[in-house]
Design a protein around this ligand. Structure first.
Ligand SMILES: [Zn+2]
Length: 258
């Protein structure tokens, strides 16, 4: 009798020990990107232009992240193009259902209302189409800390915009192990954009083993207005990446390094 009580006690101790073991916190991986690189991201709904640009840039083995808005207005053939891009290893992210400025919207509405109006229906539809959305870019870069916190419950990485800085190391458009990132616009009419400055940003990434985050909107062969990036600018970035043995990253790739 005593022996069997002892056995039971020993067994209990063993199970307590095992379950304590399981509850030990697992240290979060702090992997660092071994190779410097570039993120090319694209905003809005220029599906046809992006798809054509992909045909031109394929030869570089490039990867893009496409932040799509107004998903409910897209035609079936455009959804198919997005799925094809996704199948090729590009990333499709969210950019709001109606492209509302989140900071402006939440001045007169609650964050819950923003999520209900702009985010949840967008995610629902994108998932319905088979788009694996795990990152988000703020329309107009309009954000607040409260919005960041709410959106980071739904997305692994959230992207804002880095504005008006001229010195490469002060740009804020390099990944710094945060799930909130900022991008530099390479649209042709963006005030701070020019090729020598872009080269400085790329050189800084290469020298300091950083990931440079860029954004574009409509991709074109010839610029006819604002929010357009020349395909030859994208070719320039791709050639730099290849020549210097850098890497293309997508936005959700960053999640591995947080
Ligand atoms: Zn936009």
């Amino acid at each position: 009798m005593k022996i069997s009580i002892l056995k039971i006690l020993l067994l209990c101790t063993f199970f307590v020990f095992i379950s304590c073991e399981k509850e030990q916190p697992i240290p979060k991986s702090k992997a660092k990107p071994k190779i410097a690189g570039v993120i090319l991201s694209f905003d809005d709904a220029y599906i046809n232009e992006w798809f054509a640009t992909n045909q031109q840039l394929k030869k570089y083995g490039w990867k893009g992240t496409f932040f799509v808005c107004r998903i409910h207005n897209l035609k079936h053939y455009q959804i198919k193009k997005l799925l094809e891009l996704q199948n090729e290893g590009h990333e499709i992210g969210g950019h709001g259902l109606n492209h509302l400025n989140a900071a402006d919207y939440t001045r007169v509405h609650t964050i819950n209302e923003y999520m209900k109006d702009e985010i949840n229906p967008m995610l629902h539809l994108m998932h319905f189409y088979g788009l694996k959305v795990s990152s988000f870019a703020y329309p107009y870069g309009g954000r607040t800390q409260k919005l960041d916190a709410a959106l980071l419950k739904k997305f692994k990485v959230v992207r804002g915009r880095a504005f008006n800085e001229e010195v490469a190391d002060k740009q804020g458009c390099y990944f710094n192990h945060s799930n909130l990132i900022f991008s530099f616009s390479i649209d042709d009419t963006h005030n701070d954009f020019n090729i020598p400055h872009l080269l400085k940003l790329l050189d800084f990434a290469k020298k300091h083993n950083k990931i440079l985050i860029l954004n574009s909107h409509k991709t074109v062969n010839e610029v006819t207005g604002d929010y357009q990036t020349e395909n030859k600018t994208l070719e320039y970035v791709c050639q730099y990446v290849k020549r210097n043995k850098l890497r293309f990253y997508t936005v959700s790739d960053l999640n591995k390094f947080q």
